[in-house]
Design a protein around this ligand. Structure first.
Ligand code: ZN
Length: 335
């Protein structure tokens, strides 16, 4: 049998925030908001366990965005000073907050959410954090000067948070690094070093998620520009395979990644994305099984963990639920 999991985020219910948007604001406030986030997390954990997902997440129900949810609790950032920035090597432009002083974590960010998720999940629990490189590609810098230096400062803050998550009983801490597919030379020069700093001293399982982005229009256009074979992974896999990270989450469903590249990660557990995050596709269990079997040509079955390609935050709740069920059923078919 496979051990199944998901990349991380799941849609928020429409009573908690505006659906199918990336930066939707909350519809509740104060204690009602915390209670709502908990209820949404509990319901997604139950949905995953019923769908046969072995390592569950709280679906990132407590944060508005996968990077900014972490940054909101970090000192050294001026949220009023918005700087236009060409995210992911100018794939799209966003007004981002600006680092104006030394980065420091003033207190727990996701600790309460993790402790609550641990109290309701009977399965293993994974918790996601943004990776240092991806943070640096989502915020402007007026203080550090060099991206690598700022990444190390964020890695220290992430490490403090990861240690708290481990103490809360989290089984897997995953760092989301979509920027790894864009700045492939930086991955080798300092990206892995920053990840190592973020996992320093952890005894739990560690993971990195490297995707081609949410199923939003800017990413679709970018993917269309990448040609018939997506070989970005090829440039970074040797460095990742040599790293101390245990698991790697990859985009394999509906992607033009040649699956032969998975052979470069000989020493890692591979979370093979077998459902996509397109809003208008619900995979059948047979399609999920076919993707897993295609990966098994290049990876020992024991090292494959069926997974989603990426976070499902921006898609409809019912579509995400159907994808979870297809993933669980497809994994059982291919087992
Ligand atoms: Zn992703």
């Amino acid at each position: 049998m496979f051990t199944t999991t998901i990349a991380g985020s799941l849609p928020k219910p429409d009573w908690l925030s505006e659906p199918e948007q990336l930066f939707a604001s909350w519809k509740l406030e104060g204690d009602a908001l915390v209670e709502g986030q908990r209820r949404a997390a509990r319901e997604w954990i139950e949905h995953q366990q019923e769908a046969g997902i072995d390592i569950v997440t709280e679906g990132e129900q407590g944060r508005i965005h996968f990077v900014h949810g972490f940054l909101q609790h970090i000192d050294g950032i001026d949220w009023q000073l918005k700087t236009p920035m060409g995210i992911r090597d100018n794939r799209y432009t966003v007004e981002v907050p600006t680092v104006t002083g030394p980065i420091s974590r003033t207190g727990s960010v996701h600790g309460e959410e993790a402790r609550y998720a641990r109290s309701v999940a009977t399965n293993q629990l994974k918790f996601t954090l943004p990776g240092p490189m991806t943070i640096c590609d989502t915020i402007a810098d007026l203080h550090y000067g060099k991206r690598a230096d700022m990444a190390m400062a964020f890695a220290d803050a992430l490490n403090q948070e990861a240690r708290e998550l481990e103490a809360a009983g989290v089984d897997v801490v995953q760092f989301d690094e979509p920027a790894f597919n864009v700045f492939t030379q930086d991955v080798q020069d300092w990206g892995i070093d920053a990840l190592h700093r973020a996992i320093d001293g952890l005894n739990c399982t560690t993971a990195v998620h490297i995707c081609y982005g949410y199923g939003i229009e800017a990413n679709r256009q970018w993917k269309d520009s990448l040609g018939s074979e997506w070989r970005q992974y090829e440039e970074i896999f040797p460095a990742i395979n040599a790293s101390r990270i245990d698991q790697v989450s990859l985009e394999c469903a509906h992607s033009r990644v040649p699956l032969s590249l998975l052979g470069l990660l000989k020493d890692k557990q591979l979370m093979v994305g077998a459902v996509g995050v397109e809003a208008d596709i619900i995979e059948t269990p047979e399609e999920v099984a076919a993707t897993l079997k295609a990966a098994m040509k290049y990876v020992d079955k024991e090292r494959i963990m069926p997974c989603s390609n990426c976070g499902m935050a921006p898609i409809a709740y019912d579509v995400a639920l159907a994808k979870l069920r297809a993933l669980g059923a497809g994994a059982r078919l291919a087992a």
